[in-house]
Design a protein around this ligand. Structure first.
Ligand code: HEM
Length: 161
């Protein structure tokens, strides 16, 4: 049973972190070469479609991570959680994973949708003034990198567990 939960955990972890990295580094730079209106429609639909999948995957990674550490792992008391190296790494992974998930939903996705639905930014860009839109897109990339840093720390913690 532990093996099955671990396989699900790893697969969903790959989908969650890998999916977000693939959109940021693979899909987004290609979409940025399309005409502005196409970019806007494509990215809005892509994000609203994948957002639920990533949120579900992230939540399932956290739940299976809790099970792997407790029910299928050594963490049976508060003492073990607080005073062993395994417990401390697990708490760190739980906190960072939860933070990354909430950041993605409440900050990354929300801000992205605000930018994509802001008519002013896109009309200005179509009229030739791309600066406000570029600034907003740069801000989105900076916000998204917080989640990516979280994933990198999580992977380091997984190796330490
Ligand atoms: C991007 C997110 C994550 C990825 C890619 C990921 C990946 C992995 C991998 C590859 C393993 C196997 C490690 C090994 O056997 O050496 C693992 C194990 C584990 N992970 Fe995660 N993980 C993620 C998030 C989390 C979170 C948020 C938690 C805490 C709630 C967690 C808790 C655990 C636990 C307890 C194990 C079992 C370690 C053991 O006892 O051997 N993981 N994870």
């Amino acid at each position: 049973m532990r093996e099955l939960v671990l396989v699900i955990h790893i697969l969903l972890g790959i989908i969650w972190a890998g999916g977000i990295l693939f959109i940021g580094w693979g899909v987004y730079p290609v979409a940025a070469r399309f005409p502005l209106n196409t970019q806007r429609i494509f990215l809005t639909r892509l994000m609203s479609h994948t957002h639920y999948l990533f949120t579900l995957a992230g939540a399932a990674v956290i739940i299976t991570g809790i099970l792997l550490g407790t029910v299928f792992g050594p963490l049976r008391s508060l003492e073990t959680i607080l005073h062993t190296s395994y417990g401390k790494h697990w708490i760190a992974a739980l906190s960072i994973g939860t933070f990354a998930l909430f950041w993605g939903v409440l900050v990354g996705y929300r801000e992205m949708m605000l930018v994509f639905t802001d008519d002013y930014l896109w009309k200005e860009a179509e009229g030739g003034d791309r600066k406000p839109l570029s600034q907003e897109l740069f801000r989105l990339a900076a916000l998204e990198s917080v989640e990516i840093i979280g994933f990198l720390v999580l992977i380091y913690l997984m190796v330490q567990l």
